[in-house]
Design a protein around this ligand. Structure first.
Ligand code: ZN
Length: 135
């Protein structure tokens, strides 16, 4: 499943709309029921309107009625080239993922299906702010 998820992230990356940075990212989210929902980053001339690949995938999935996720694979780098580095999710995306996942949610940052690192979200977002924080 991990390889399939990474392949989906690499594939989604090809659709990244990145005319300004040239930094193309793909993400693939594994839902609780085993579906894969992919997303890419979408830039905008008004830079603040840009959306990351991870959030694209999460918002897509939620808009399809899926709200529980097991893992996400992320791959990013210069458009048109193989990823050279691991693309870690930004702070905003870590926070968005935190809204819909359990403690064992896995974040996989990949350069290829054979070259990746895997983290629990809790390690990337310790003491995250969640719904229970405001009850
Ligand atoms: Zn982000």
């Amino acid at each position: 499943m991990r390889e399939e998820l990474i392949r989906a992230a690499l594939s989604a990356r090809e659709n990244a709309y990145v005319p300004y940075s040239g930094y193309a990212v793909g993400a693939a989210l594994l839902t609780e029921d085993g579906e894969i929902v992919a997303g890419c980053n979408v830039e905008n001339a008004s830079f603040g309107a840009t959306n990351c690949a991870e959030r694209t995938a999460v918002f897509k999935a939620v808009s399809q009625g899926k709200r529980r996720f097991r893992a996400i694979a992320i791959a990013g780098g210069e458009k048109g080239k193989e990823p050279v580095d691991y693309a870690y999710p930004c702070g905003i995306c870590r926070q968005v993922m935190n809204e819909f996942v359990a403690e064992d949610f896995q974040v996989i940052v990949a350069r290829s299906t054979a070259d990746y690192q895997e983290y629990c979200l809790d390690k990337l977002l310790p003491h995250g702010f969640g719904g229970e924080s405001i009850r």
